[in-house]
Design a protein around this ligand. Structure first.
Ligand code: ADP
Ligand code: MG
Length: 231
């Protein structure tokens, strides 16, 4: 009876997942037959050498890239067969991304950046809801007094906090963070790690790639990518 991807507390399930890149006729094998389950309410830390495939794994889980082989289940949905349109919607509603370079829209204020994912989501489209939520989220990351600042008028740590608020906009169940503190000072890093931890305690599944030696203090589980497999 025990079928893994139907277990109640499994949020993401990777089944026999492999990924190769092709450069001309050359195959670069990055991930090799990975089987992994992720639960809600947990903070996962992914470590591994540069080039080991951490970002590749995150991009596949984030439905930005496709595996060469294998399947991904999210909330028991097999997402491999979704059309591009459905995939985009699924991604916008269920997954929040945080990148090393923040990736904010430079032409929008902190507040506007946070509203973007909601504006393209039917559930939150109503102006009043969007406004209320964006302000709450900016407050959550301690930026109540920076809402009208443009990215260039924010510190790196503040930009990343906006990115976290934006990642939370549609209340996704999964947050993927790829070296979110790679460009930040120790103090900003601590703030970001603590926020991510708080989010996991609130039920989100946090999956973070990090090289920081402090990251391990926040993680519930550490996964190492090595030679295409997870240790
Ligand atoms: P990490 O995040 O662990 O540093 P990546 O997942 O970014 O590693 O990359 C894993 C390997 O795949 C690297 O050897 C990289 O050169 C290669 N790679 C990544 N993206 C591509 C691509 N689009 N085309 C070809 N090779 C790629
Ligand atoms: Mg990487």
């Amino acid at each position: 009876m025990e079928e893994k991807n139907t277990k109640n507390n499994t949020l993401i399930s990777l089944k026999n997942l492999s990924k190769s890149y092709y450069k001309g006729s050359k195959e670069i094998k990055v991930l090799n037959n990975i089987n992994l389950d992720f639960e809600p309410g947990k903070f996962y830390l992914i470590v591994g050498h540069s080039g080991s495939g951490k970002s590749t794994l995150l991009k596949i889980m984030g439905l930005i890239d496709k595996p060469t082989n294998g399947e991904i289940f999210i909330n028991n949905n097999n997402v491999n067969n979704l059309s591009d349109r459905k995939l985009a919607k699924f991604r916008n509603n269920e997954i929040g991304f945080v990148f090393q370079d923040y990736f904010l829209d430079k032409l929008l204020t902190a507040y506007e950046n946070v509203t973007v994912p909601m504006i393209i989501n039917k559930e939150y489209k109503k102006r009043k809801i969007v406004k209320k939520r964006a302000l709450e989220l900016l407050d959550f990351v301690g930026l109540k007094d920076r809402i009208k600042h443009f990215p260039k008028e924010l510190s790196g740590g503040e930009e990343q906090r906006v990115a976290i608020a934006r990642a939370l906009a549609n209340d996704p169940s999964i947050i993927l963070a790829d070296e979110p503190t790679g460009n930040l000072d120790v103090e900003s890093e601590k703030f970001i790690f603590e926020k991510l931890k708080e989010m996991s305690k609130n039920g989100k599944c946090i999956i973070m790639v990090s090289h920081s030696k402090d990251a391990i203090n926040y993680a519930d589980k550490v996964l190492e990518v090595k030679d295409g497999v997870i240790l």
